[in-house]
Design a protein around this ligand. Structure first.
Ligand code: PLP
Length: 301
């Protein structure tokens, strides 16, 4: 489950959402049903975390939103600096000091049909408190149970796999539903070649004999947290290798964890019915170091 069970519907909350340069009341942040982005998948988004009033890696996220738009032949009509400023305006307007920011860029309702050349690109930024992304069924102390999905990450020639594009998430949602329907927390997704890729919404790391391995991000999102954790681990003296990991390799690791902006560092306890892990020393040290890093940055800012 990804949302706290008590969460209110996202369209029925108090607060403000930044839309196309204006701060508007939350419930008025609407779009028409004939919006092109809704019909043909012309939309990209970001997910950012706020720690003690500072948005971690904000410029990287704003730049990725613009990059994701470009991957869809869609020019986001704001600069990274303008998106950064708007993100701070929105957290201020909603009085969020620890939470999550969600920028979205999508094609408007000016045109129908597959071509989108006549559409305008709209941008909205919302934020809310989102203390936890994962609620492992076995409890936080145990970690996440993953189920190998029948759905796979596609060939980069099939989809713009490096873009954080809404349409790409259709596969993640199917994989996650399959996992949840079978009593698991999330999906372990393989790629089109049958290699281990990531989960439905976070990157994957695995540890053997003190060495940290992570799949090569050549057909799925090269997460900002993934890059941060690789650097952090190397700075802490660990060897980190980006490598090919096959499903049968998963039983050779001692620890496994997921990384993502929303998920942060989330330990994995189980894959399918036959592989189990404990939350080991490397995961624990990295979790602590990541938690310090995101807040140190906040203090220094
Ligand atoms: C499919 C997928 N992979 C990886 C990630 C991790 O990316 P990041 O660390 O930039 O949040 C996310 C989260 O946004 C995701 O949705």
């Amino acid at each position: 489950m990804c949302a706290s069970p008590s969460a209110l519907p996202y369209d029925d909350r108090d607060g403000f959402i930044w839309m196309n340069g204006k701060m508007i009341p939350w419930r008025d942040a609407k779009t028409h049903v004939l919006t092109h982005g809704l019909h043909y998948g012309g939309s990209v988004f970001e997910g950012e975390r706020v720690y003690d009033g500072q948005i971690f890696k904000l410029t990287e996220h704003s730049e990725r939103l613009i990059f994701s738009g470009k991957c869809l032949d869609m020019d986001v009509p704001f600069s990274a600096k303008e998106l950064n400023d708007a993100s701070y305006e929105v957290i201020k307007a909603n009085n969020i000091t620890n939470g999550y920011v969600r920028p979205l860029a999508y094609r408007g309702a000016e045109q129908m049909g597959v071509s989108a050349k006549g559409t305008k690109v709209h941008v909205a930024i919302a934020c809310w408190e989102w203390p936890k992304y994962f609620f492992p069924k076995a409890g936080d102390a145990a970690g996440l149970a993953l189920r190998t999905a029948s759905w796979r990450r596609p060939d980069p020639k099939t989809m713009p796999t490096q873009a954080k594009a809404c349409g790409v998430y259709m596969i993640g949602t199917l994989a996650k539903h399959e996992a949840e329907n079978n009593g698991y927390d999330d999906a372990l997704m393989l790629d089109f070649r049958g290699r281990v890729a990531e989960s439905s919404g976070a990157n994957l790391f695995a540890i053997r004999d003190g060495v940290i391995y992570t799949p090569i991000a050549d057909c799925f999102l090269n997460g900002i947290t993934r890059q941060t954790v690789m650097k952090l681990a190397r700075d802490m003296g660990y060897t980190v290798e980006e490598t090919v990991i096959m499903p049968e390799d998963m039983k050779t690791f001692e620890e496994v964890f997921l990384t993502g902006t929303a998920a942060e560092i989330a330990p994995v306890s189980k894959i399918d019915t036959d592989i189990t892990y404990t939350i080991g020393p490397v995961t624990t040290r990295l979790k602590e170091a990541y938690s310090d890093l995101v807040r140190q940055k906040a203090k220094a800012a």
